[in-house]
Design a protein around this ligand. Structure first.
Ligand code: UT7
Length: 333
């Protein structure tokens, strides 16, 4: 199970996901803000999204997804060495969501931390987790992307509230036979673009106060057009780069699983890669943009729908707040 670098090969041995039961359709949003189903579908590809009820928190979705991923992998919580939760909406700023999950699933010996890289967080976390296993430090790592952007969305701002949804996606990583599992990663950041997608208040720069609440500074602020241009550029570039690193060509990709933010961004990336949409997984129409949860959720659906077979070449690709991006090429175990 050692590759050419003397490192262990690392793969995904189980997937799971969880979404809240409440469906919010475009028609429901028409009653809340000045928007319409046609605009939302043609500009974003989204028809509906899942929104958590007030009594739920991000860790509730994370725990649900984690339990399913562990069952699929045949791994007991006590066997886990590490839990990483990628999120920008943890239950509390601290303790981390990963510590809540560790306690609730009974992963007694697992270390736990959260990772913040916006919608790229899940692939950033896969890369981080796989280093621990490749080096032989850990054997079994649980990676979860979990998010409740509904809690930081301004439900009076039509330019953002139609886009987002709540969800969690989880995977279990372990050593796998050589030639399978992760082949390459490509991570990056352009911090100068951070202002284009930001939660201004609640941190050390602008602590919570009556004023920040009155000014709606605890809600997502996004320059949609700027993020759109960045996403289209980076999706193409990073996906090509991650394949080059693995010595592969885009024509060899069996399934491309991009961050589900906007169908137009996904189609532009597929075109850039020369991939037909039959080799691209899309579920943005059902869930909207679920940030760090989206790739894990999409991967789990793809697996459950039988769209991922042993030996298939997959590319996972995220972009988001930071601004950040992260891509992974992997051969399914
Ligand atoms: O996970 C990473 C996070 N973010 C993203 O991936 C978002 C990337 N950006 C996008 O997906 C797109 O930029 C949006 C979907 C957010 C917006 O689409 P767009 O084609 O860039 O539209 P726009 O912002 O240029 O707005 C076009 C028009 C504007 O009206 P005017 O100024 O042309 O009269 C907006 O006011 O559409 C209007 N508009 C809406 N109309 C109906 C904006 N939001 C809505 C809405 N319903 N919900």
């Amino acid at each position: 199970m050692k590759n050419n670098n003397g490192l262990r090969s690392v793969g995904i041995i189980g997937t799971g996901s969880e979404v809240p039961p409440r469906v919010v359709t475009n028609a429901d949003l028409e009653k809340m803000v000045d928007t319409n189903d046609e605009w939302i579908r043609t500009r974003t590809g989204i028809s509906e999204r899942r929104i958590a009820d007030p009594d739920m928190a991000t860790s509730d979705l994370a725990v649900g997804a984690a339990r399913k991923a562990l069952a699929a992998a045949g791994v007991k919580p006590e066997e886990l060495d590490l839990i990483i939760v990628a999120t920008v909406t943890p239950d509390t700023l601290f303790p981390s969501a990963s510590c809540v999950v560790q306690d609730r699933i009974g992963a007694r010996k697992a270390a736990a931390f959260d990772l913040s890289a916006g919608c790229s967080g899940f692939v950033y976390a896969l890369s981080t987790a796989s280093q621990f296993i490749a080096a032989g430090t850990y054997d079994k790592v649980l990676v979860i992307g979990a998010e409740m952007l509904s809690r930081i969305t301004d439900w009076e701002d039509r330019s953002t509230c139609v886009l987002f949804g709540d969800a969690a996606g989880a995977v279990v990583l372990a050593p796998v036979e050589d030639g399978k599992g992760f082949l390459s990663f490509e991570l990056g950041a352009e911090g100068g673009g951070g202002k284009h997608l930001i939660l201004p208040a609640g941190g050390s720069r602008l602590p919570a106060s009556a004023r920040t609440v009155a000014d709606k500074q605890h809600f997502i602020k996004m320059a949609g057009n700027e993020v759109f241009k960045f996403a289209v550029r980076i999706m193409g570039e990073a996906a090509v780069e991650v394949l080059e690193k693995a010595g592969l060509k885009s024509q060899e990709v069996d399934l491309f699983i991009p961050h589900q933010a906007n169908i137009r961004i996904i189609e532009a990336a597929a075109k850039r890669l020369g991939l037909g949409m039959d080799r691209v997984f899309v579920n943005v129409q059902k869930y909207g943009n679920t940030s760090a949860a989206s790739i894990g959720l999409a991967l789990d659906e793809a697996v459950r729908e039988g769209r991922v077979q042993s030996g298939d070449l997959l590319v996972l690709m995220g972009f988001g707040a930071g601004l950040t991006w992260a891509a992974a090429a992997l051969r399914w175990v």
